[in-house]
Design a protein around this ligand. Structure first.
Ligand code: SF4
Length: 289
């Protein structure tokens, strides 16, 4: 049995709100159960591989930009192509349900996504040198907040005059984002664990840059003490609900009685499709193109 859930991240939150079964297999079962009973946990759909790869290449680009190494369009394309092809192998996506992924389509989709991101006004200010003081971060560092371990670092941090700006990028946003502002405000918790950052909400501006329906959007939030309070409550509530699910899961010991997603699209990219009851009960819905 796994311990009580004490970790929060945006990915966990999204999986939890979309499908209890998927969340339970990913975060509540141990690895032995995973490999024995469910499909390979390292599998990713080709579309997800494209998103992961595009993000990775963007960070390579950022790293080089930070070292004053400028990429041409050709460099971007060849790096992305290489990353997508190697990640398709890494995530066992070379042959998904007997269908070979259309690599050219994935590469051109990722390339278009990356090129438009580089034209996004805030990112342009970085590449043109207009913003001079900046850094980038991988979301691997954890912040302890009370009894919770929170993964909430920004992707990019920059400073202008006496203001700090925290930026998070989302390479594939969901259409409905009712808690977007509070989710973005979790970056403030990261700043509180950083000794070089000020301890005042008024010193920060927060940005979410996200891709949806073929376009990049930017959301700007001026945080307040109240928002920070609501953000902490959101984390507490999320982790509480995850533990309620955990208790239920261990009481029933049956993963297939857990609530399933309502979205057929979400299932298409799920690594735990094998043996999922959704393909029994709602086969027709889920086979629609
Ligand atoms: S296939 Fe769909 S319903 Fe089944 S676990 Fe995955 S997301 Fe949930």
């Amino acid at each position: 049995m796994s311990n009580y859930v004490s970790e929060w991240s945006l990915t966990r939150r999204k999986v939890f709100t979309n499908c209890a079964r998927r969340f339970s297999i990913k975060y509540l079962t141990n690895n032995i159960q995973k490999t024995r009973e469910y499909s390979a946990p390292r599998w990713r759909s080709p579309y997800d591989v494209m998103i992961i790869s595009t993000r990775e290449v963007f960070f390579q680009w950022l790293k080089d930009l930070h070292n004053n190494v400028i990429w041409t369009g050709k460099t971007i394309y060849s790096n992305l192509r290489f990353k997508i092809i190697t990640n398709l192998y890494k995530f066992n996506s070379q042959n998904t349900e007997g269908i070979k992924p259309d690599k050219d389509r994935l590469i051109s989709n990722g390339y278009a996504r990356l090129k438009t991101l580089l034209r996004q006004p805030l990112i342009r200010k970085l590449s043109s040198g207009e913003i001079r003081e900046w850094s980038f971060h991988e979301r691997t560092g954890v912040v302890t907040f009370g009894h919770l371990q929170v993964y909430c670092s920004p992707d990019i941090v920059f400073r202008t005059a006496n203001k700090w700006h925290l930026v998070r990028l989302n390479f594939q946003a969901e259409r409905k984002q009712p808690y977007l502002d509070l989710e973005l405000c979790t970056m403030l918790l990261w700043s509180k664990g950083n000794q070089y950052m000020p301890n005042l909400e008024s010193k920060f501006t927060i940005y979410g840059i996200f891709f949806l329906d073929g376009k990049w959007y930017q959301r700007r939030v001026i945080p307040s003490q109240r928002m920070l309070q609501e953000t902490k409550q959101l984390l507490e509530k999320d982790v509480h609900h995850m533990n309620v699910l955990r208790d239920y899961f261990y009481r029933t010991s049956n993963i297939d009685t857990l609530p399933l997603t309502k979205s057929p699209m979400y299932c298409k990219r799920c690594p735990y499709k094998t043996n999922c009851p959704v393909f029994g009960d709602r086969q027709d819905d889920f086979n629609k193109p």
